[in-house]
Design a protein around this ligand. Structure first.
Ligand code: PMP
Length: 402
């Protein structure tokens, strides 16, 4: 009899698809559901040139050692990342009531924030968009949040933001609820509120006393501009909200496996900074003691060096442009073939996720007949599309309608 005989196997659909892809022996099989990671036009992972430069500098720096970092992380990184998100003219930055807690990338920033909020606020309801990134619910529940609720976000009918539904759900949320907001390039719909809609969301949240918890995992990928994509967070900060923002540098710096993240904390009183930091110190100590340094040093070096920062912006633009071009090529190829449907959805979306609007059974045909793997929601990563395979993908999609 094992201690673990009652452990059940949980079904995790992405892994099942992954295993199915591996078992498929067809020579031209194609996995479009490659997770949210960038690929270049040859279908390969891309190390940003600016990261290479920073890595070399870090490697050659004889003053660096492998001592433990402080519990809340590398201060030059958390300070620079916080200033970068909010802007140096941010009142919260100037008044020293904003700070960062280094995290094990974006996922752990969300978990740290959830843990803090549930410990400090007690029984808390949290809201996440329907649909959202699959880990939000798990991270917040494991972080101790009492109850998960969804707010409407996407209308399958209009293939657009369900803005009225979103506002209605926020208006009826209990006071003090925590609301997870994708700062830009919403995953998985690739559809963001307009600037005006953000103002209205902020208005409702202020009136109803809701706490904004931003998640910015794709900053730079919505507009190609690192700063423009901070619009929503900066708007809320300028309006005087207290807020959290989970920053991830996995995608925009391509530092996926280094796990570089920062939880930005904006308070309304600088006197609260020390007590709040002490609470986070206990949370981190009880979770992993202190964060790793290598990725944070690379990010810090780039964020604190104007020359490298400009190169980073260029590198982000390179990724953004490729994704945009592939969206255009796929849409163009589908329209040329006469595939039924409104393919403008593909070019209206931003970020990495691409929604084909295919039904679950059409996706199954795509897999069975063409060995092209997409999630059953019909979504896939636009980076899996290259100049070499775009026509093949379009033909296969066209075929599932026949
Ligand atoms: N938020 C969203 C919306 C994401 O899509 C992801 C990763 N795909 C993350 C957060 C966290 O990513 P990471 O932990 O790699 O920073």
């Amino acid at each position: 009899m094992s201690f673990f005989s009652e452990v059940k196997t949980h079904s995790i659909d992405v892994f099942e698809l992954f295993m199915r892809f591996h078992r498929d022996t067809h020579e031209n099989k194609l996995n479009l559901a490659i997770g949210v990671a960038y690929r270049d036009d040859s279908g390969l992972p891309w190390t940003l040139p600016v990261v290479r430069t920073a890595e070399q500098t870090v490697a050659e720096d004889e003053n660096l050692d492998n001592e433990y970092l402080p519990v809340l992380g590398l201060e030059e990184f958390t300070t620079a990342a916080t200033r970068w998100l909010l802007g140096s003219d941010s009142i919260a930055v100037v008044e020293k009531r904003a700070f960062g807690v280094q995290s094990i990338s974006g996922a752990n920033a969300l978990r740290l924030g959830a843990e803090f909020l549930s410990q400090v606020l007690g029984k808390t309801v949290f809201y996440y968009s329907n649909p959202t990134w699959r880990s939000h619910e798990l991270l917040f529940k494991n972080g101790g949040m009492a109850e998960a609720r969804q707010y409407r976000y996407w209308s399958e009918k209009t293939k657009n933001l369900d803005f009225d539904g979103l506002l209605e759900d926020l208006e009826s949320a209990p006071r003090g609820s925590v609301v997870i907001l994708h700062a830009c390039a919403q995953n998985p719909t690739g559809c963001d509120p307009t600037e005006d809609q953000w103002r209205r969301i902020a208005g409702v949240m202020r009136e109803k006393g809701l706490f904004p918890f931003f998640d910015t995992a794709l900053q730079g990928f919505a507009s190609g501009d690192l700063v423009r994509d901070a619009f929503a967070v900066r708007l809320f900060e300028r309006m005087g909200f207290e807020l959290f923002c989970a920053q991830s540098f996995s995608k925009n710096l391509g530092l996926y496996n280094e796990r570089v993240g920062n939880l930005v904390v904006v308070l309304n009183d600088p006197k609260l900074v020390d007590p709040v930091k002490s609470q986070f110190t206990l949370i981190v100590r009880g979770m992993y003691s202190n964060p790793p340094s290598h990725g944070a040093r690379i990010a810090s070096y780039i964020l604190n060096n104007t020359n490298l920062y400009d190169k980073w912006q260029d590198n982000v633009l390179t990724m953004f442009t490729r994704m945009k071009e592939m969206r255009g090529s796929l849409r163009g190829a589908l329209e040329q073939l006469g595939a039924p449907g409104d393919w403008s959805l593909i070019t209206r979306q931003v970020g990495m996720a691409c929604d084909t609007g295919l039904t679950e059974s059409q996706c199954e045909v795509l897999i069975e007949r063409h060995h092209i793997y997409v999630l059953k929601s019909g979504r896939f990563n636009i980076c899996a599309v290259t100049s070499a395979n775009v026509d093949l993908i379009a033909k296969a999609i066209y075929d599932v309608f026949t």
